[in-house]
Design a protein around this ligand. Structure first.
Ligand code: AMP
Length: 178
C-alpha cells in the first residue's frame, strides 16, 4: 500500500494524547478529534477503502466499538457485508465466543455464527493495535467459522507493545505507528 504522507501527518497532528486514561500509566490515543474533522475522517476512510480493496476481502468485520467507526463506512462504501464482533452478551442470536488474557484477568469477544461463511476472506478492522489480544481473539472467531482472515487493519499501532507478534501469520496493515 502506498504511503500517504500528508494523511499520516494530519492524523498525527489531530489525534489527542490523554495521559493516565483509563488508568495510570496508559497514554490513551484519542481519535475523537479526527472524527470531528469531517474531511480528515473522510480521507482516512478513503485510505482504508484502498487497503481493504487491495486485500481482496469479501467481508469486512469490525471490533466493538471504535472498530465500527472504520469498518462500517468502508463496508458500505465498497458494497461488502459488515460482520460485527462484539463484547459478550450483546449479540441476540447464536454466538461463538473467544477469550483472551489481559494484564489482570480475561476478556472476550463474540460473533454471530452466520456473520461469516466458510471460505470467505475477511478483513477485521479496529482503531488501534496495542497488545493484539483483542484482534487475536477476533481472528480465532473468524477461523472457527471456517473463514480466512486476509488482513487485520488498524489506523494506529503502538509498536512497543509488539501486537503483531501475537497475531502470528495474519497480515497486518496500519497507517500510523508510534
Ligand atoms: P489490545 O487488545 O491490547 O490490542 O487493545 C486493543 C483495543 O484497546 C483497541 O480496541 C483500542 O481501541 C484499545 N486501546 C488499547 N490501548 C489503547 C491506547 N493506548 N489508546 C487508545 N486505545 C487503546
Amino acid at each position: 500500500m502506498k504511503t500517504n504522507d500528508a494523511l499520516v501527518a494530519d492524523i498525527i497532528r489531530t489525534v489527542r494524547d490523554v495521559p493516565d486514561f483509563p488508568k495510570p500509566g496508559i497514554l490513551f490515543k484519542d481519535i475523537t478529534p479526527v472524527l470531528l474533522d469531517g474531511p480528515l475522517y473522510g480521507r482516512l476512510i478513503e485510505h482504508l477503502c484502498d487497503v481493504v480493496k487491495e486485500s481482496s476481502a469479501d467481508v469486512v468485520a469490525g471490533i466493538e466499538s471504535r472498530g465500527y467507526l472504520f469498518a462500517a463506512p468502508v463496508a458500505a462504501r465498497l458494497g461488502l457485508p459488515l460482520a460485527l464482533i462484539r463484547k459478550p452478551g450483546k449479540l441476540p442470536w447464536k454466538t461463538r465466543k473467544a477469550s483472551y488474557s489481559l494484564e489482570y484477568g480475561t476478556d472476550s469477544v463474540e460473533i454471530h455464527e452466520d456473520a461469516v461463511r466458510p471460505g470467505q476472506k475477511v478483513v477485521i478492522m479496529d482503531d488501534l493495535l496495542a497488545t493484539g489480544g483483542t484482534m487475536e481473539a477476533a481472528c480465532r472467531l473468524v477461523h472457527e467459522l471456517g473463514a480466512q482472515v486476509v488482513l487485520a487493519s488498524f489506523a494506529i499501532e503502538l509498536k512497543f507493545l509488539n501486537g503483531r507478534e501475537r497475531l502470528g501469520a495474519v497480515p497486518v496493515e496500519t497507517l500510523i505507528a508510534y
